[in-house]
Every structure is written in C-alpha cells, then in structure tokens.
Ligand binder design. Structure first.
Ligand code: ATP
Ligand code: MG
Length: 525
C-alpha cells in the first residue's frame, strides 16, 4: 500500500473513531432528555386529568343528589346532571387511552430507547420497578365502577322523569352511593400510584443521568487511549522502515556495502530501500574494482621501485668519492622519495588485506607496557628532534593483554607516531593505561594541531587526511588510522577520538583483556 494511502487510512480511522464517540455522546444526551420529557409529561398530565376526573365526579354527584332535595326546575337540573355524566364518560375514555398508551415516541427514539435500557440495565444493579400491573388493575376498576355508576345514574334519572321517586331513591341509595364511593377511591388510588411512578421515574432518571455521565467519561477516556495507541502503532509502522534504512545508511558509512534491508514495506519507503540496496551493490562492485586495480597497480610498482633503490645505491657507492655536495643532495632526494613511495605501496597493499574486515590474528599474552615502551624507543630520534616530552603513565611494569603482538605494535606505532608528527616542538605527549578486570584502556594524548571538528568522523577512512595536516609539511598516506581501527575491531576493541583544533588530540583504545572476554562479551559483533 502506498504511503499516502496509509496516512489517509490512518487519519480516516482516527476521524471515524472520534466521530463515533461524539455521535454516541449526542445519542446518550438526546435519549436522556427525551425520556425525561416523555415520562414527566405523561405522568403529570395523567395526574392533572385524574384530578379533573375526580372533580367532575364530585360535580356530578352533588348535582345528582340535589335532584332529590327540591323538585323545582327539575328538568333543568336533570339536563345538567346528564351533561356532567356525559362529560365524565367522554373524559374518562380519553384519560383511559392516555394511561394505557405509553407516551408517543418516534421510531428512532424507540430504537435508541432499547439500546439505552440495555446500557442502563448493564450498568445499574437496580431494576426499574414496574407499576403497569397496578395501574392496569386500577384503571379496570375505575372503568367497571364508572360503568355501574353511569348505569345507576341513568336508571334513577329514568325513574325521576317518570315521577317514580321511591324507585329513584332506592337506586340512589343501593347502587349510586356505593359505586361513587368506590369510584372515588379508585380514582384517588390511580392518582397516587401515577404520582409515585412519576417520582420513582424522575429519581431513576436522575440516577441514570449521573451514571451516564460516568460511563461517557470512562468511554471517552478509553476512546482517547485507543486513539493514542492507534496513533502510536501507526507511527511505529511508518517509522520502522525508515529506521531500517537509517541503520543501512549507517553501515555504508563504515564501508559495509553488504546491505540487505529486512522487512521492507510495500510502499515508497520500501521502494527507496530496494533502490538503496541496488546502489550499495554497485558501490561494492566499484569498491572491489578499485581495490583490485590499486593492488595490481601497486604490486606492479613494487619491483621497479626495488630496482631503482638498488641502482641508486650502486651508483652512489661507485661514485662516492667524486660526488659534489649538490650531487650528494640529489642522491638523498631520490633515495628519500623512493622510500616514501615504497612505504606508500607497502601500506596500500597492507590495507587491502584488511578490506574484507576479516583480520587473521595470532593471539598471545603481551606485556602492553613493554610494547608501548619499545615503540617509543623506536621513535626516539624524531621525539628528540622535536624536543617532545613523552610521559608514560603506567601503574605497573607489567600489564598483560591477550592480543596479536605485531599487529598491536603497528597500532601503537601509528598512533604515537601521529601524536609526534602532528605536535609542535617542546610539547608533551601522555600515554596512560587504565586497567579494569575485563578491559584495558590505553589513552594517547597530545598537544598538537588537533583535527577540525567536521572532519573527525572521516579520519578512520582509507586515505583520508585532515585539511589542516595537509597544509603543514608532514608526510603521510592516510592509511595508518584505517589499518589501526581494523586491527582494534578485529580484537573486539573500540577506538575513540576527541580533538580540539589547535589544542590537541586524545585517542582512546579499549581492548578486551582476553580473547574469551571478546567472544563472550559480544565485543566481536
Ligand atoms: P599514515 O599513517 O598512513 O602514514 P597519516 O598519519 O596521515 O598517514 P592516519 O594515521 O590514518 O594517516 O591519520 C589520518 C589523519 O588524521 C591524519 O592525516 C591527520 O590529518 C589526522 N590525525 C591523526 N592523528 C592525529 C593527531 N594526533 N593530531 C592531529 N591530527 C591527527
Ligand atoms: Mg598515521
């Protein structure tokens, strides 16, 4: 998948996740307000209407009773009672419908309500108390009692209209009074139970609101965590191939062109990795070609240079007596340059043998104190010439380390020679050995010309000479540090440099004390 598609999809995922969480929040609050409004409205309206119903029952009853008190305007009074009776009947039918039918909800509100009740039941240990059975029973009672009252009132009015006062009174006392009493009781009971349900529901809803707040808060926290985790994983997935590429580039910097990038991604970075691998294999080819050419070339030069050296020596001895001062100077120039060329060729050939990184070592226990002292003795003429003071800071006369003696001698020779070469007259060079159980640290510190900061990373590269050292008339091929670092690495050691331009340089070598330490400590990797 392309990088831009990956980025697009990760952003899309995060946006969807975030939108869902917001949507959920909106649903929750909407459901809460809808439920609150619906329940409260329904119950309060029902209570008001049941109270009205009670009031109209009282009106009907009072007017009905007054029919028996005086016979004045009897027809008018009967008409009024009939009006109250019909009004009660009609209102009761409406009220019954309201009580029996739950408050109106849109279809989506009903769906949301189900989800809501599910969530509520999951988070709440308490279950909503169901009043519907009691309300149903009371509604049915009111219904039946009203039917009886209605019939009885109708019947007694029928007798009154026909002046059968005794029959009417009988109906009043036996059927109307008792039924009205019971009807009143049932209506009051209905009002009470609806009121109780209202209070209970409001309390439950308040509790739900509180719990929902908590659930929303926790869910949002979880969502934020998921988003953070997703962002972290996404970033890791994106940067992993870049890291692999970075490591590979680091390998090239230390002349390792055998690059194989692991777990290449299937995007632009993966393509870059493949291109980089191809580039490295081309670099390796050209490096091998360069080394082979250089080796062949130097090899071919070795024999003629040897002949020149021999011939010059013969010529010098043949004409030794009759040579003028200038002729002697010319002879020494030819000899000196011949020697530099031979040294260059030896170094080039020597360094080529280290190119593969596999240096053959013949280990033995070597007294490093003795080895360094020997090197200094060999360099004594130059040291003396420049009036340099060399301090050998060794805690003991014998400090042993398991190394290849000849190769380590070459390392110290190059490092101390460098310190002498790049130091001015009358300066000091300090050589220190610090012993640890498993490691040995050798420090060579001079007060010489130093190395420009930007060039420090390159001084271990083949044929590299710092710009400041080229300006002064110091001879060198730029191979000494390359060979030294390869030898130290082959021993499982490390070489480190610190330098300040114009002030001096410190080379620090760390060596495992034995071959075992190098192998078991993983120093050889
Ligand atoms: P060679 O050792 O092959 O005869 P060289 O001494 O110039 O030649 P290296 O020993 O590889 O080469 O050192 C590389 C470069 O690092 C030097 O040319 C010099 O610029 C810098 N350098 C090394 N040691 C020092 C030092 N002690 N002080 C200042 N510069 C140094
Ligand atoms: Mg050198």
């Amino acid at each position: 998948m392309k990088l831009k598609s990956k980025l697009f999809l990760s952003y899309l995922f995060l946006i969807i996740l975030f939108s869902f969480s917001l949507l959920w929040l909106v649903i929750e609050t909407r459901e809460l307000t809808t439920s609150l409004r619906g329940h409260v409205q329904q119950d309060v309206h029902s209570i008001i209407e049941v109270s009205h119903q009670l009031q109209s029952l009282e009106d009907l009853y009072v007017n009905y009773i007054s029919l028996f008190i005086s016979s004045k305007a009897a027809n008018k009074k009967i008409g009024q009672v009939e009006k109250y009776r019909k009004a009660f009947d009609k209102n009761w039918k409406n009220l019954k419908f309201r009580i029996e039918t739950p408050y109106h909800k849109a279809w989506y509100d009903k769906v949301l309500n189900r989800i809501y009740i599910f969530i509520y039941n999951t988070i709440s240990s308490r279950r909503e108390y169901d009043y519907s059975k009691e309300i149903d029973e009371l509604t049915q009672k009111v219904d039946q009692r009203w039917l009886r009252t209605n019939e009885a009132v109708k019947k007694s009015i029928y007798y009154l209209k026909r002046n059968r006062l005794d029959d009417a009174k009988y109906i009043r006392d036996v059927r109307v009074k008792g039924n009205v009493k019971k009807l009143r009781e049932s209506l009051t009971g209905l009002n009470k139970i609806i009121g109780e349900r209202g209070i209970k529901k409001s309390t439950e809803l308040a509790m739900i609101a509180q719990k929902t707040q908590w659930v929303i808060f926790s869910a949002e926290a979880v969502i934020i965590l998921v988003i953070l985790l997703a962002a972290f994983i996404g970033a890791r997935l994106l940067t992993k191939p870049v890291d692999a590429l970075k490591t590979a580039i680091g390998q090239v910097a230390v002349q390792n062109f055998d690059i194989k990038i692991k777990n290449k991604s299937n995007d632009e970075i993966g393509e870059l990795g493949t291109a980089f691998e191809q580039l490295c294999s081309r670099l390796k080819e050209s490096e091998t070609y360069k080394s082979t050419m250089l080796s062949q070339f130097t090899h071919e030069m070795k024999a003629p240079l040897g002949s020149i050296k021999q011939a010059v020596r013969l010529l010098e001895t043949s004409f030794s007596d009759g040579l003028s001062k200038d002729q002697k100077r010319f002879f020494s120039i030819v000899k000196e340059n011949n020697e530099s060329l031979q040294k260059l060729i030896t170094n080039i050939l020597h360094s080529a043998s280290y190119d593969s990184g596999k240096v053959r070592l013949s280990y033995s226990s070597v007294n490093i104190v003795k080895l360094i002292t020997q090197v200094c003795v060999n360099l004594a003429p130059t040291i003396k010439q420049k009036a340099i003071k060399v301090n050998l800071n060794f805690a003991a006369n014998e400090i042993f380390c398991e190394v290849d003696q000849d190769k380590m001698k070459e390392v110290f020779q190059n490092l101390i020679n460098n310190a002498v070469k790049f130091s001015n007259e009358n300066t000091v060079i300090d050589v220190t050995i610090a012993e640890k159980i498993a490691l040995l640290t050798i420090i060579i510190k001079d007060q010489g010309i130093g190395i420009p900061k930007k060039e420090i990373p390159y001084i271990f590269e083949k044929l590299y000479r710092a710009s400041n050292s080229k300006k002064i008339s110091v001879k060198g091929t730029g191979l000494g540090l390359y060979i030294s670092s390869q030898i130290i690495r082959a021993h499982g050691g490390r070489i480190h440099v610190e330098s300040e331009l114009g002030k001096g340089t410190i080379f620090k070598i760390t060596l495992p004390r034995t071959k075992n330490v190098a192998e078991e400590g993983g120093w050889l990797t």
